[in-house]
Write a protein that binds this ligand. Structure first.
Ligand code: ADP
Ligand code: MG
Length: 372
């Protein structure tokens, strides 16, 4: 049985970076506004995440790492949403089958913090203890794949794994300017990513893909939207992460299907797309394409190709200069299919071809206009 579990866990957790993606999402789901990550040997020896979220109830500590344990049924109302984005209580459980997991957590108003260690889907007997701690949760994942030699050997060097970790952190940090992120290696005093907390004005709503008043009525379809406060914060954040040269060139573009323009094919299908695209190519070896669908970091190769095609036709890139595109899309949860496996990043969604085509056309038009 444990072999089966280990194999299954390997499908969910590919390496420190994919464990981190799950952990960051959990912290964000717990309403954290500060997330710090600590790594040893590229996260292979230690991957630790600390958040200031709501914490885990003491009585839940016993079961939190069991398969299918989730507290998110109510939050994400419909079951389809859960299935779509892997809200299935798989992530923590999977980690415990291939690593040593320790959780330290405290709820606000609680008397103290609690700490417990886990293996193979269970809390290890006698490990639960009281300790001091502020509200929030720290999860340490140690010795990843200690029991799966092939997986462990397939991991890259500490430096390479750390680069992948930083990539995940910077992507989430770009998407959520309302959350402070930091990431560092054990022994390093300065964090590699240390974007300070950017406070959103209250009218801007949460930094997630929430409602943004004011944008709703204006924002003609396929027209650059008046920069919303959250896009402004995002721009600022991207500047902090990727440098001012990138953010200076970024322009907003908003696309959506709206009710009054019911298109035959996409009737009842609501799509909203917030894009920040570089008006020029900037110094980089590869295209930077950051894609979030319904607040989750995903990949869509068809969309990426379309974006590269759009740039290629308007602003041919050289081997040393490439485009930068941040795209955040909102779709009905039920229409996103994370094919194959819930934590697989490559997604497919309803009306994909039409949407991809629209993004490409809109981007081409915008690039022509802004470069005129
Ligand atoms: P899921 O996210 O699909 O619910 P996970 O295995 O990722 O499943 O997490 C299991 C449960 O553990 C979550 O539903 C949540 O209740 C709790 N949890 C995990 N991480 C945190 C965290 N950082 N803060 C608060 N609760 C957490
Ligand atoms: Mg989760």
């Amino acid at each position: 049985e444990s072999v089966v579990n280990r194999v299954a866990a390997g499908e969910v957790i590919h390496g420190p970076h994919s464990a981190l993606k799950e952990l960051i999402e959990n912290s964000l789901d717990a309403s954290a506004t500060q997330i710090s990550i600590l790594c040893k040997d590229g996260g292979k020896k230690l991957l630790q995440i600390t958040d200031n979220g709501i914490g885990i109830r003491e009585e839940d500590l016993e079961i939190v790492c069991e398969r299918h344990t989730t507290s998110k049924l109510e939050k994400f109302e419909d079951l389809e949403a859960m299935e779509t984005f892997g809200f299935r209580g798989e992530a923590l459980a999977s980690m415990t089958y291939v690593a040593d997991v320790t959780i330290t957590t405290a709820r606000s108003g609680g008397k103290c913090a609690w700490k417990a260690s886990y293996r193979d889907g269970k809390m290890r007997e006698g490990t639960k203890e009281m300790c001091a701690g502020v509200t929030g949760t720290t999860i340490a994942v140690e010795n990843l794949f200690y029991n799966v030699k092939t997986r462990r050997n397939a991991l890259k060097s500490g430096a390479e794994e750390y680069a992948k970790i930083l990539d995940v952190v910077t992507r989430y940090a770009s998407s959520r300017p309302d959350v402070a992120f930091s990431c560092r290696k054990v022994g390093e005093t300065r964090a590699t990513v240390n974007a300070p907390l950017v406070v959103l004005s209250s009218s801007g709503g949460g930094g997630s893909e929430g409602e943004r008043e004011g944008d709703r009525e204006n924002g003609e379809e396929n027209e650059p939207s008046p920069s919303s406060s959250s896009q402004k914060c995002r721009l600022e954040r991207i500047g902090q992460i990727y440098g001012p040269t990138v953010s200076k060139e970024l322009l907003p573009l908003r696309l959506k299907t709206n009710n009054d323009k019911l298109e035959k094919k996409m009737a009842q299908f609501h799509m909203e797309c917030d894009i920040l695209y570089s008006n020029a190519n900037y110094k980089a070896k590869k295209t930077t394409f950051i894609l979030f669908i319904n607040g989750r970091l995903v990949e869509c190769s068809a969309l990426k190709r379309a974006i590269e095609t759009a740039y290629q036709s308007v602003l041919p890139s050289s081997s040393r200069e490439k485009p930068f595109v941040f795209l955040s899309m909102k779709l009905p949860f039920k229409d996103v299919d994370v094919n194959v496996h819930p934590t697989k990043r490559e997604v497919h969604f309803m009306h994909q071809e039409e949407i991809v085509e629209r993004v490409q056309t809109a981007l081409e038009k915008a690039l022509v206009k802004s470069n005129a």
